[in-house]
Design a protein around this ligand. Structure first.
Ligand SMILES: [Zn+2]
Length: 354
């Protein structure tokens, strides 16, 4: 893929990776929302799974991949990405497909590992950008309750400026918003806005995918003075909710198509208002074309949000390279031009981050 050239020498044209600062022009092809290392096991709920004796200890294996395609949370083991060697192997598929930068969205409480990210960046040669902030309310550390928004914002500033043991975060996110969006989570968003105003750092917001809470989240950040072009609202594409996406786009924020590779038909017994169905990638690409034709190309980010073992090549998935390997040709088939594809994979994420 052809890299775009950027003007150098302007303010804020650098970005901090786990291995130090780089120029905006060095970002290249960016995956703006992935999880290199991740631990979502705190969210595991032990429910009976037909055909599995003990879903809390059962490892992900070939014979149970079908079960996971009907409920990706069925096995606790599927919620854990903790093997650095495996992460390196899997990320090399992304690098070999043309990827150069990975934005890691893991945070404290869900397995963020600054040293691990640095080791993996060194082993792969990929730029890895670490996040700061707090994920959904259930993962918030106790200390937050007695802190002011200003103090919480300062915690984020410290990680962006001084780092965690010398390893700096490069953006704020993914800030977590649950199905029931409460004051605890609203405070973190306002704290993120404070940190943004002190550093200029971009913000990524996780929204419970089957809700439309992105509207309120975007409004909170905008009301707090964050520029729309520094806000990215995640997980908009589990289902094709055109009205929701258009409402977000009209606010000027980025919308992130980040469910590529997740095409699950969740079994009825575990489906609920916060855990529903997923459309297929072909349907996502059809909507993408429509949004581009409506003039929203500059506000779209594409990535996989790889957050489950069964999405890795090793476990039968399409891996971190899925967008580059499989979705790019699908977009071309849909009539999206190579310039438009490059804008979404190179220019947009660089503009959002820097
Ligand atoms: Zn998320």
């Amino acid at each position: 893929m052809v890299m775009m050239k950027f003007e150098k020498g302007l303010d804020n044209m650098k970005i901090k990776t786990v291995c130090g600062e780089i120029e905006k022009s060095e970002l290249g092809v960016v995956a703006p929302h992935e999880h290199v290392l991740l631990d979502l096991t705190a969210f595991y709920q032990e429910l009976p799974v037909p055909g599995i004796d003990d879903p809390s200890t059962q490892k992900v294996e070939m014979w149970n991949l079908g079960i996971l395609s009907r409920d990706c949370y069925a096995l606790k083991d599927n919620l854990l990405l903790d093997n650095e060697e495996l992460a390196v192997k899997e990320l090399m598929f992304y690098k070999n497909a043309g990827g150069t930068t990975v934005v890691d969205a893991s945070l404290p409480g869900i397995g963020r590992s600054p040293e691990g990210l640095k080791r993996i960046s060194e082993a792969t040669g990929l730029n890895i950008i670490m996040g700061t902030g707090f994920y959904v309310g259930e993962t918030h550390p106790e200390k937050l309750t007695s802190m002011t928004e200003e103090e919480i914002g300062q915690l984020m500033v410290d990680e962006l400026v001084c780092g965690v043991d010398g390893i700096c975060a490069g953006y704020i996110g993914e800030i977590g918003i649950s199905e029931i969006f409460d004051d605890k989570e609203r405070r973190i968003l306002r704290a993120a806005a404070i940190a943004h105003k002190k550093t200029g750092a971009a913000i990524n917001v996780h929204i419970n995918p089957w809700t439309t809470n992105g509207i309120e989240a975007a409004d909170i950040l905008l009301d707090a003075g964050v520029k729309p072009e520094k806000i990215c609202i995640s997980h908009i594409d589990v289902e094709n909710r055109e009205n929701y996406i258009l409402e977000l786009l009209k606010k000027g924020v980025y919308v992130e198509f980040d469910n590529f590779g997740k095409e699950y038909y969740i079994r009825r017994e575990v489906r609920n208002s916060g855990y529903g169905l997923f459309v297929h990638d072909t349907e996502r690409v059809t909507l993408l074309k429509k949004l581009i034709d409506l003039g929203y190309l500059k506000q779209i980010l594409l990535t996989c949000d790889l957050c489950l073992k069964n999405l890795l090549h090793t476990y039968g998935g399409w891996g971190y390279d899925h967008v580059l390997t499989n979705i790019v040709p699908m977009m071309e088939d849909e009539g999206i031009t190579s310039e438009q594809i490059e804008a979404m994979l190179v220019k947009n994420p660089a503009d959002w981050l820097c």
